[in-house]
Unconditional design. Structure first.
Length: 93
């Protein structure tokens, strides 16, 4: 997913459909993803050349807002800074 989003070539219909399908699948799996994977996905989405689904962003926000994950993020300033930078570039759900 990260590679698809980071690819600098213009997004054609086939790639756009593949990305949409993968994001739809990920929406259902965000609750099971490790915080690091959620963060990587959020960073990839923030650099994408299209506006991601608000549902996807909201699901990732919820996962990263759980107390245990927030505590871990705060204990790791680099992760927290990367989260805040990616979040600033994405729409608010």
């Amino acid at each position: 997913m990260e590679c698809l989003l980071a690819d600098p070539t213009p997004i054609d219909d086939e790639r756009e459909a593949l990305i949409a399908e993968m994001v739809h699948v990920l929406d259902a799996q965000v609750d099971e993803m490790a915080p690091e994977d959620c963060l990587r996905l959020l960073i990839a989405l923030s650099g994408a050349r299209f506006e991601p689904s608000l549902g996807t962003v909201a699901a990732i926000d919820e996962r990263l807002a759980t107390p245990s994950v927030r505590e871990r993020m705060r204990a790791t300033p680099d992760l927290f800074a990367r989260l805040m930078e990616a979040r600033r570039r994405l729409p608010r759900p």
